[in-house]
Design a protein around this ligand. Structure first.
Ligand SMILES: [Ca+2]
Ligand SMILES: [Ca+2]
Ligand SMILES: [Ca+2]
Ligand SMILES: [Ca+2]
Length: 253
């Protein structure tokens, strides 16, 4: 009984912390429609990416940067996801989307050469020619100096192919990438450095979509006193369960 009281007291201590968990959401800016300024895939007119489309053209690589990221005081990052809404390939060609997390990205007031001006935090660089693009290579794994300075922290997140809507095996859906524990630690360090972050996207083939959503989940860092209580609470629970098992086996005798 005493142990149950300890457990009840412990749950009162823990529940308010869980209730303070926080979610921070960043929506990518809407860029010019992908191909002919359209949000509709010309190769599959039954499918519209959507009005929030982020241009993912195979001839380019992109950075999307944002600042002023405010992690609540006393919180730590406990999760992060990157969701591509309604993503599909332009056509049935071989394709690959490469995605990196960057400490920050370069910013430009005007276009120059193969690089665009930065608009709403988005900059593009022409990384490929030809139609369709047949060489699938990760721009951010090579010389990405047009978009990122050489000393900028750069973490590969994932690469993945998407089929065209209507193509065998494809179901139109949102694709969500979930950060690993080590990527969350890197994410924290990138945010601590300037309160800003960027993503690098290299689409090799066009992708239709309805925007990209980045979500960070935070929770209060448990204080040492809470951790000590949690430890003693767990020990009490173990003791209580052992006692119960002991009592049960005694009853069977
Ligand atoms: Ca590309
Ligand atoms: Ca940063
Ligand atoms: Ca490429
Ligand atoms: Ca790089």
């Amino acid at each position: 009984m005493k142990n149950l009281i300890v457990l009840a007291a412990l749950s009162l201590l823990i529940l308010p912390s869980a209730a303070f968990a926080d979610t921070i959401v960043f929506n990518s800016p809407t860029t010019a429609g992908n191909g002919n300024s359209s949000t509709r895939n010309p190769n599959n007119t039954n499918y519209e990416g959507g009005t929030a489309q982020f241009d993912l053209d195979h001839h380019s690589a992109y950075t999307w940067q944002f600042g002023g990221i405010a992690i609540p005081a006393g919180h730590t990052i406990t999760g992060a996801t990157l969701t591509f809404r309604n993503i599909s390939n332009w056509d049935a060609n071989t394709n690959r989307l490469f995605v990196h997390m960057l400490d920050t990205a370069r910013s430009f007031g005007s276009a120059s050469g193969n690089r665009s001006a930065t608009v709403n935090g988005v900059t593009s660089f022409a990384d490929a020619t030809g139609s369709p693009v047949t060489t699938l290579s990760d721009y951010f794994a090579g010389d990405d100096s047009a978009l990122v300075t050489s000393t900028t922290g750069d973490t590969f997140l994932f690469d993945r192919a998407f089929n065209m809507v209507g193509q065998s095996g494809y179901v139109a859906t949102n694709f969500t990438y979930t950060f690993t524990a080590s990527q969350l630690a890197t994410l924290s360090s990138y945010i601590l450095n300037g309160n800003n972050l960027a993503f690098g996207f290299d689409p090799d083939c066009h992708y239709w979509n309805n925007g990209i959503v980045f979500t960070i989940t935070t929770a209060p860092v448990p204080e040492p006193a809470t951790l000590a209580l949690l430890g003693s609470g767990l020990m009490s629970t173990g003791f209580y369960l052992r006692r119960r098992r002991q009592a049960a086996s005694n009853n069977q005798k």
